[in-house]
Ligand binder design. Structure first.
Ligand SMILES: Cc1cc2nc3c(=O)[nH]c(=O)nc-3n(C[C@H](O)[C@H](O)[C@H](O)COP(=O)(O)O)c2cc1C
Length: 172
C-alpha cells in the first residue's frame, strides 16, 4: 500500500493524521487497558500493510499473519495457556496467576499471530522486524499492543494448529 493510502486509512479511522514515528516509539510502552472495540477490517489491513514494509533477508517475506477476533476462542486460548503454564512461569507471574480472571491476553479483542514459513537465524530477525512495525503502526493508530510470548508454545501444539487451521510455526 503506498504511504499516502496508509495515511488516509489512519485519518479515516481515527479522525487524525498518522502520528510522528518517534511519538509512536515512546507510546508503545502504553499497553493495557485496551480500547474496548475491535479494530475494523480496514484498520487491521492498514496495520498489516505497515507490518510488511519491514525488510526481510533476501526479500524472503517469510511471514504469515493470522488475525483472531473471536472472543470465546481467545478466552479459551488464555485459559488453556494458564492451565498448562510451567511451574517456573507460574511462580514468575504469581501475582497475575493468583487472579482468578487473569486473561493472558488482557481481554484484548484482537490477537495477531505471526507465523513463520521457515526458521533460521536471519528469518528470526525478519519476524521481529515485522512485529516491531506492527507495534509502531498500532501505536500510531491509537491502539495499545503487547507481545504475548506466553501463548506461542500453546499455539504450536497440534491441537491449536488444527483448530486455527495453521500450517506454519507461530513465532510471535
Ligand atoms: C519476546 C517477548 C515476549 C513477551 N511476552 C509477554 C507475555 O507473554 N505477556 C506479557 O504480559 N508481556 C509480554 N511481553 C511484554 C514485556 O513483558 C513488557 O511488558 C513490554 O516489553 C513493555 O514493558 P517495558 O516497556 O517495561 O519493557 C513480551 C515481550 C517480548 C519482547
Amino acid at each position: 500500500m503506498p504511504i499516502t493510502e496508509y495515511q488516509q486509512e489512519i485519518t479515516k479511522h481515527h479522525n487524525q493524521p498518522a502520528q510522528n514515528p518517534i511519538d509512536s516509539i515512546y507510546e508503545t510502552c502504553a499497553v493495557p487497558p485496551y480500547k474496548p472495540q475491535k479494530g475494523s477490517r480496514e484498520a487491521t489491513q492498514a496495520l498489516l500493510a505497515a507490518s510488511v514494509q519491514a525488510p526481510t533477508t533476501l526479500h524472503a517475506e517469510p511471514w504469515v499473519f493470522m488475525v483472531i477476533q473471536d472472543a470465546a476462542l481467545l478466552r479459551e486460548l488464555s485459559d488453556d495457556v494458564r492451565e498448562s503454564a510451567e511451574p517456573q512461569m507460574r511462580e514468575y507471574l504469581h501475582s497475575l496467576f493468583r487472579e482468578p480472571d487473569f486473561n493472558i491476553l488482557y481481554n484484548a479483542e484482537t490477537l495477531i499471530v505471526i507465523y513463520g514459513k521457515s526458521m533460521g537465524a536471519s528469518t528470526e530477525a525478519d519476524y521481529w522486524l515485522t512485529a516491531e512495525n506492527l507495534i509502531l503502526a498500532a501505536s500510531a493508530m491509537g491502539y495499545g499492543t503487547c507481545v504475548i510470548g506466553l501463548a506461542v508454545q500453546k499455539l504450536n501444539t497440534p491441537e491449536w494448529k488444527f483448530r486455527l487451521g495453521a500450517t506454519f510455526y507461530p513465532v510471535i
